[in-house]
Ligand binder design. Structure first.
Ligand SMILES: Nc1ncnc2c1ncn2[C@@H]1O[C@H](COP(=O)(O)OP(=O)(O)O)[C@@H](O)[C@H]1O
Ligand SMILES: [Mg+2]
Length: 226
C-alpha cells in the first residue's frame, strides 16, 4: 500500500489482572481507508482503539501515526495528536453534561483555538448533518442514547480529523439513522481522505468498510491487505 497513515506493529496488551488480550497484532491503514473491526464482546476492541489513540499504552509493540511512534511523543504530544488529527466516538459517548449540544460538538475546534464564531458555525452544521440541527441549545440530560450517540459522532468529525476511531457508533441507533450516520462516515472519509477504524457488530456497518478484520484471542483474522 501507499505509506500508511497508521501502523500497528507487534502490539501486545494484557489487562491489569495479567490476562493477555492480544499479542503481536499487526495492522496498517492507508490514508482514506475504512476498516471495520469485529469480534466478540470482551475480546479487546475498545482497548485496541484506546491504544491507537494513545489513551492507553501497550505492554509491547508500537502504534505509529504518520511516521511517528506514539510512545515517543510523550503525554503532551499524544494529547495534541488527538486534538488535531483524531476523532474518537467513544462507546459510552463521553458527551459533557454541562455543555449544550452545540458547545459539545464545537469543543474540538475551541480546543484548537479556532475563532469562536467559526467553531459555533461548524458545530451547528455538524449537528444539522446528524439530524439534531434544532437541538443545539439543549443539554445532554434531555437526550436519548441514540441522540447522544449522534452528538458524539458530530463532535468526532467536526475538526475533519485524519483518523476517525469509532467504537460501535451505531449501536444505539435505529436502522434508518444508522444508515445515515454510516453515510456521513463514508462521505467524510472520501472528502477528507480520513482513515477510519470502526468497531461494530453490525453487518450493515461492516459492509460500508473497504475491508473487515476480526479481533480474536489468536489475533486479527482476515487482515490480508494489512
Ligand atoms: N481497567 C481494566 N481492568 C481490568 N480489566 C479490564 C480493564 N479494562 C478492560 N478490561 C477487560 O479487558 C477485556 C477487553 O475489554 P474491551 O477492550 O472493552 O473489550 P471489547 O471492546 O472487545 O468488548 C474485557 O474482558 C474487560 O473486562
Ligand atoms: Mg468495547
Amino acid at each position: 500500500m501507499t505509506s500508511p497513515l497508521l501502523s500497528i506493529t507487534s502490539l501486545s496488551k494484557s489487562v491489569p489482572g495479567g490476562r493477555v488480550l492480544f499479542r503481536g497484532l499487526d495492522l496498517a491503514l492507508a490514508p482514506g481507508e475504512f476498516v471495520a473491526v469485529t469480534g466478540e464482546s470482551g475480546v479487546g476492541k475498545s482497548t485496541l482503539l484506546n491504544l491507537v489513540a494513545g489513551l492507553d499504552l501497550p505492554d509491547s509493540g508500537t502504534v505509529t501515526f504518520d511516521g511517528v511512534a506514539l510512545g515517543d511523543l510523550g503525554e503532551d504530544g499524544r494529547t495534541r495528536l488527538r486534538r488535531d488529527r483524531i476523532g474518537f466516538v467513544f462507546q459510552a459517548f463521553h458527551v459533557l453534561p454541562h455543555l449544550s449540544l452545540a458547545q459539545n460538538v464545537s469543543l474540538p475546534l475551541m480546543l484548537q483555538r479556532r475563532p469562536a464564531r467559526e467553531a459555533a458555525d461548524q458545530g451547528r452544521r455538524m449537528l444539522d448533518l446528524v439530524g439534531l440541527g434544532d437541538r443545539g441549545d439543549d443539554y445532554p440530560n434531555q437526550l436519548s442514547g441514540g441522540e447522544l450517540q449522534r452528538v458524539a459522532i458530530a463532535r468526532a468529525l467536526v475538526h475533519r480529523p485524519a483518523l476517525i476511531l469509532a467504537d460501535e457508533p451505531t449501536g444505539n441507533l435505529d436502522a434508518e439513522t444508522a444508515a445515515r450516520v454510516l453515510d456521513l462516515f463514508a462521505a467524510h472519509v472520501r472528502e477528507a481522505g480520513a482513515a477510519t477504524l470502526l468497531v461494530t457488530h453490525s453487518k450493515v456497518a461492516a459492509a460500508c468498510a473497504d475491508r473487515t478484520v476480526k479481533l480474536t484471542p489468536a489475533g486479527l483474522v482476515g487482515n490480508d491487505a494489512g
